[in-house]
Design a protein around this ligand. Structure first.
Ligand code: CU
Length: 411
């Protein structure tokens, strides 16, 4: 090889190696090599030895091939004597991989069974995938508790909490997700907490999550599910016991209507007129008729559901956890908080100063332009009489101002 060619090759190899290492940077939120809970730790304990053995085998194969390519390359020498059949070598090379695979199978099968364990579940939460966001609901157990023993602090009976995007769980608790889908197959994956689980229409699949420390753990839908698959993310938010109780109490608080004559009150009217047919805000009553406003997303949306907006501003991302409800600096403040400070910062929710107005307004102005929902632009508004996601609603800037003021109070 000429020396410029060799230098180029070395440079390329270094660049590739550098990129590979950059992929392992410790600030990557979806790093599979950084377990933050016992389930992910079990996978990690298996992943390392398997990776090491596969690495040794891989290097041995590459080195052998390289030696053969270089040493026996065609230099015009006569064809060497042809040999066939070397029973010792052939049997040896069959048995060796079989032993390696059998050896790896033992801890692998043990881990698969350990991860499927559900008998000692402490908290059950339902998760439903849809195009392109995740919905969570916290069922109320027969004894009136939520998530294995939590009851509202005000002593009132709990009602199911429905939220989306961010899954809120107590730390150090064996949480069982009961997952399904309303439209196509999705896959739930929070790398720091466990492996993946497909969520399939008409079936219920289980996934165990447990987080050691308070914090936010990012994830991604990992089963191609249509146009906005890449915009279908999720986050698990772990709070310590007291903070989880505070979160729960807040979620169960009764609806507070906006003060009369405010921008938010005007927003409530716009909301009832434009949004309430798809989105639920629990406890909202129409001041005009005095009647409870109940959404009917099954009539308008393909999957039959739209995110519950009762406490939108307690979560800090929206539309499949793809956009932040917090401005960049406020977001960093929450994400980078120490485990001790995290809970208090998360529970602050989205304040007026911290609201990311840009993305929320763009969403209200024209959601399908922000998050692709239809392959054919002429289908932008409707398919088969039902919307695939949030539609374009031709709102005026004034209506958007009013809605933002109204939504800001949803926490
Ligand atoms: Cu998906």
């Amino acid at each position: 090889m000429t020396s410029p060619a060799r230098r180029r090759l070395t440079a390329a190899a270094l660049a590739a190696g550098g990129l590979l290492l950059a992929g392992c940077a410790s600030d990557a939120p979806q790093d599979t090599w950084q377990p933050e809970g016992p389930n992910a730790q079990k996978i990690h304990n298996l992943q390392w030895p398997v990776f090491a053995i596969a690495g040794v085998v891989g290097i041995a194969v590459f080195v052998t091939v390289a030696i053969v390519i270089i040493r026996f390359r065609d230099r015009g020498q006569p064809i060497p004597e042809q040999t066939h059949g070397n029973p010792a070598l052939e049997i040896g090379l069959t048995i060796l991989p079989a032993i390696i695979l059998a050896g790896i199978a033992v801890p692998t099968v043990a881990t698969v069974f350990a991860l499927a364990e559900t008998d000692d579940t402490e908290c059950t939460i339902n998760v439903t995938g849809q195009q392109w966001w995740w919905e969570y609901d916290y069922p109320v157990a027969e004894d009136g508790t939520i998530c294995g023993g939590y009851t509202p602090s005000n002593g009132e009976a709990a009602s199911p909490i429905i939220t989306s995007g961010q899954l809120v769980i107590p730390t150090g608790t064996k949480v069982l997700l009961r997952g399904t889908s309303r439209d196509v197959i999705h896959s739930y994956w929070i790398p720091a907490l466990n492996g993946k689980r497909d969520m399939v229409p008409g079936r219920v699949h289980y996934l165990r999550l447990e987080a050691d420390q308070p914090g936010i753990y990012a994830g991604q839908c990992t089963e191609f599910c249509g146009l906005s698959h890449a915009n279908m993310r999720m986050e698990a938010v772990a709070l310590d016991e007291a903070d989880f109780q505070a979160w729960l109490d807040n979620e169960l608080e009764a609806y507070t209507p906006p003060e009369e004559g405010t921008l938010a009150a005007e927003g409530e009217a716009v909301y009832i007129q434009q949004c309430a047919r798809c989105h639920q805000v629990n406890g909202l009553t129409d001041p005009a008729s005095g009647e409870l406003v109940v959404s009917a997303p099954d009539q308008y949306v393909w999957s039959g559901a739209a995110p519950n907006l009762t406490n939108l501003m307690t979560r800090n991302t929206f539309a499949g956890a793809t956009w932040d409800l917090l401005t960049e600096s406020c977001r960093d403040d929450v994400w980078n908080a120490s485990p001790e400070e995290f809970g208090a910062k998360y529970l602050e929710g989205v304040t007026e100063e911290c609201l990311n107005q840009v993305d929320l307004r763009e969403w209200l102005r024209n959601a399908p332009a922000k998050k692709p929902m239809y392959a054919e632009p002429e289908q932008l508004t409707e398919t088969d009489g039902k919307y695939r996601g949030m539609p374009y609603l031709a709102l005026s800037e004034e209506q958007i101002d009013q809605l933002v003021a109204y939504l800001l109070e949803r926490k």
